[in-house]
Write a protein that binds this ligand. Structure first.
Ligand code: SF4
Length: 412
């Protein structure tokens, strides 16, 4: 390229609209868009909402009873999918917050269960009312998926989440039928493994959802350093949990490089099925780049694209943006782009920032061939299929090939 390509602009969809438009868009995506009417006051140091400037948002005012009735009516007009779990909280066109800080949240969750035939899921650091939440779980079995964000109960809790509920309260939330899965992470020696022990002692039925937190743009340096430190301890901590043999289901998620390695055979077979030639340029994030440039060396031109928009250590093809791709273009006439990049919640053929495929083609003058089979469905299936702790320990931690893979450079 002789001239730098112009930055790609998102299509603004909320301009001139009022907050009910936000509610409708979130509802259409299966979200229950209650709002606190302000930023999340919990202010966790690791919160991914610290910087959400890459996407257009319009935060609704604090949800009123009138808004709630509008939401409930809207939900009731949508046909029920028995496999769907409606998520409490919007996060595409509004900012994510801990909604159990809304004084009516418990009452509205009960309304949702009583006045609709749909399922609900929610994520919270624990601001639920005990024993109410356990009573609801008993009264509506199978309709609640409660993901408790424990994060950590150890020495780093105060530093990372000083305004979160106390450990004593968390223990009460865990002690009963309500929690479906508890997520917590490695930060150091004896962090994740100690939490697993403590949680499994109270609740043998909830899923232990473990891993590391990924640094992203906008977080403080020392928080990012702590997350990176956790990554170094993940393998040993995971082995401790594995060897302890708790009765709970145990999963490891959130690390893209691990997911890519555990799914390497499927990634390779999917690539082979694309039947691309040596001169074809295919866009991908770092870990997939490592897999293909190792196991299918020189079979195509692999264009490694860092997740510049999200920053930090993000390494995910689904979350790449068209502008990230623009920054990596040199002399390409045509590029192959996975469909999953343009299947974000913002709309048809849009990336997570709201930039369209058309905008990309017009501004860069580079032709695009969409890889339709590399879609979000494929990516999600891969993410969950090999997510068990057993898989991670046996096929990653105890597999000598994984060390070779980790040491591979990302050729820029
Ligand atoms: S409670 Fe959730 S939304 Fe609020 S700051 Fe913490 S992580 Fe972010």
């Amino acid at each position: 390229m002789t001239h730098p390509l112009p930055m790609l602009e998102p299509t603004l969809v909320l301009k001139g609209k009022d907050y009910r438009e936000v509610l409708k868009r979130e509802l259409d995506a299966g979200k229950i868009p209650i709002s606190l009417g302000k930023n999340c006051p919990v202010k966790c140091e690791f919160c991914y909402e610290m910087d959400h400037s890459y996407r257009e948002t319009l935060d609704p005012p604090k949800t009123t009873q009138d808004d709630w009735e509008f939401i409930l009516n809207y939900v009731n007009n949508i046909p029920t999918d028995p496999l769907q779990f409606w998520c409490l909280g919007g996060n595409e066109y509004m900012e994510w917050t801990d909604l159990f800080l809304h004084p009516k949240a418990m009452e509205w969750v009960e309304d949702f269960l009583k006045y609709t035939d749909k399922n609900i899921q929610f994520f919270t650091v624990g601001f639920v009312h005990v024993p109410k939440i356990h009573q609801l779980a008993e009264r509506y079995p199978g309709r609640i998926n409660f993901e408790l964000s424990v994060i950590t109960m150890g020495q780093y809790r105060q530093r990372l989440m000083p305004h979160a509920p106390s450990i004593k309260h968390l223990q009460k939330v865990l002690d009963g039928p309500a929690v479906s899965s508890a997520n917590f992470y490695a930060f150091d020696e004896h962090t994740m493994s100690k939490d697993a022990e403590a949680i499994a002692r109270i609740n043998q039925k909830c899923v232990l959802w473990m891993g590391c937190l990924t640094p992203v743009r906008g977080l403080k340096e020392d928080t990012m350093a702590l997350m990176k430190q956790g990554r170094k301890h993940l393998a040993v901590e995971a082995e401790r949990v594995y060897d302890a043999g708790y009765p709970n289901l145990t999963t490891i998620h959130t690390e893209a490089y691990v997911t890519a390695f555990l799914n390497r055979k499927r990634i390779i077979s999917q690539f082979d099925a694309l039947e691309l030639g040596k001169r074809d340029t295919i866009v991908m994030a770092g870990s997939v780049y490592k897999i293909l440039s190792t196991y299918r060396k020189n079979r195509a031109r692999y264009l490694y694209v860092p997740n510049t928009m999200l920053g930090g250590d993000s390494d995910c093809t689904v979350l790449l943006t068209f502008d990230d791709i623009r920054l990596r273009l040199t002399d390409e006439k045509t590029v192959h782009i996975p469909k999953c990049i343009m299947e974000s919640g913002r709309g048809t053929n849009m990336d997570i920032a709201g930039v369209t495929l058309e905008e990309f083609v017009t501004k860069t003058r580079v032709g695009v061939k969409v890889l339709h089979k590399i879609n979000t469905r494929f990516a999600n299936a891969r993410l969950y299929r090999n997510g068990s702790l057993q898989n991670f320990v046996e096929d990653y931690v105890r597999n000598p090939q994984s060390a070779v893979y980790e040491a591979l450079p990302l050729t820029a």
